[in-house]
Design a protein around this ligand. Structure first.
Ligand code: IMP
Length: 431
């Protein structure tokens, strides 16, 4: 296998960071291809927990080369502070270890201010964005007026481009939203400074990736967010503005369809979670939700890594999972947080939707409007055993294996690995 793509099959927060961390042990290049610092990947190594928003999680491994692909939108303040956080932990990122695509777009304080103003203006129809300026940055990209990493190569000219961009943003803030304007000169000067700092990292990582693939070296593409947040394929309009699906990995890294083997791994939580607004047919509330979410006392409880918001939670949705398998071309599934289900008497899993007296095992019009559907559940027996110490498939309780088999049966792809806790070694691989 040479190109390995890891994608979330749900609304993000599936635990991709820890799966990527595992797979990165064997990868030469680790690459992010979509989104920006709206993502939050938690990786625990021994006593250290890293929360990464922009850098590929696989960079924690010292032998890897990191790529920030052209499909991304990059806030340079976040990027530099994340590099500094790693440096303080002894992981030094230099241009020998990382490249940023010249074609990746930038996020400025102007985009963040517009994100906040647009959300306020939506009123009751809020998307619940992470407030990181993602939508406005991709809007500028699509409108062909965005700021790109390439612009940073000439810092003085870049400063002027930032000035013009902020002047336009200020007009919108003032005229459309009656919001406070930004200090153009201060931000433009700050961004010129960022250009000097980031210039050495800018290049065309497509060359590096193609060379690695041609040499048979594994390249790991790390998806952020999840399939159901995809701008084209997700629960629109309650989506992000990028393509977190497997095809997005190719366009977001400047790759064609590789001649080499491709392994597309879908990560799914053993249940379902969502942060932000939008449809969620299998959502549960009150005590059942608190049981799945955790109290927030552990970093891996169901609270947003980026925003700290409590996540909405529910039972695993097989209809949406099957959809994710199809649109990503998944070849296997990895199931995270199986340990959280220990102690439940029974575990419901949604196998179909019902609407108007009919039953649907597939979505007739994609996942945009899920409101007419009611989930159809099967109840599987739970297991009392604590799974956190299990390391061999044969040691999983029979009921846990039945649950995993059911996931395989509904989705049509095999479950190759489960995680039973946040530590690197708390995984069970199917022999
Ligand atoms: P945006 O990406 O900040 O514009 O937010 C759009 C939607 O995507 C909101 O519902 C966010 O909560 C959600 N979202 C964005 N990034 C993530 C993520 O990394 N995990 C989970 N949800 C996310």
């Amino acid at each position: 296998m040479t190109l390995e793509i890891v994608v979330g099959t749900q609304w993000g927060d599936e635990g991709k960071g820890r799966i990527v961390d595992l797979m990165a042990a064997g990868a030469a290049v680790v690459a992010r291809f979509n989104g920006g610092d709206n993502a939050g990947h938690t990786v625990t190594v021994g006593s250290q927990t890293f929360k990464l928003h922009l850098l590929p999680s696989g960079l924690i491994h010292p032998h890897t080369f990191g790529v920030l692909g052209n499909g991304m939108v990059i806030n340079p303040t976040t990027l530099l502070s994340e590099m500094e956080m790693l440096r303080a932990a002894g992981i030094v990122i230099t241009p020998e270890r990382m490249m940023i695509s010249y074609a990746a777009h930038l996020i400025t304080p102007g985009h963040k201010a517009l994100d906040a103003a647009q959300e306020r203006a939506r009123g009751a129809g809020q998307i619940g964005t992470t407030g990181r300026g993602i939508g406005p940055a991709y809007t500028d990209k699509a409108a062909r007026r965005g700021l790109r990493m390439l612009d940073m190569l000439d810092p003085a000219a870049f400063r002027q481009k930032v000035r013009l961009h902020l002047a336009e943003v200020n007009q919108q803030l003032q005229r459309l939203f009656g919001a406070e304007t930004l200090d153009v000169e201060a931000i433009a000067a700050e961004f010129e400074g960022f250009a000097f700092q980031l210039r050495p990292y800018i290049g065309d990582p497509g060359i590096k990736i193609a060379a690695a693939l041609a040499a048979g070296q594994p390249v790991l593409a790390e998806g952020a967010q999840g399939t159901l947040l995809d701008i084209d394929l997700g629960t629109y309009p309650f989506v992000t503005s990028s393509s977190p699906t497997a095809p997005g990995a190719l366009s977001g890294l400047g790759l064609g369809i590789p001649a080499q083997a491709v392994r597309v791994v879908g990560v799914t939580k053993a249940f379902q979670s969502r942060v932000g607004a939008g449809p969620f047919p299998t959502e549960v509330h009150a005590a059942a939700a608190e049981r799945l979410r955790g109290s927030g006392s552990n970093p891996w409880d169901e609270f947003g890594t980026t925003t700290g918001r409590p996540r909405r939670v529910g039972w695993l949705d097989g209809v949406l999972l099957r959809y994710a398998v199809r649109v990503n071309g998944l070849t296997e599934l990895m199931v995270t947080k199986l340990d959280v289900l220990s102690g439940l008497a029974t575990i419901p899993i949604c196998t179909a939707y019902r609407s108007g007296g009919l039953e649907y095992s597939d979505l007739p019009l994609g996942p945009s409007d899920l409101s007419p559907f009611e989930p159809v559940y099967v109840e599987l027996p739970g297991w009392p055993e604590d799974l956190t110490g299990v390391r061999r498939w044969a040691d999983l309780p029979a009921a846990a294996c039945r649950y995993l088999d059911k996931i395989g049966e509904i989705s049509g792809v095999k479950v190759s690995l489960v995680s039973v806790g946040p530590e690197r070694d708390q995984v069970v691989t199917k022999e």
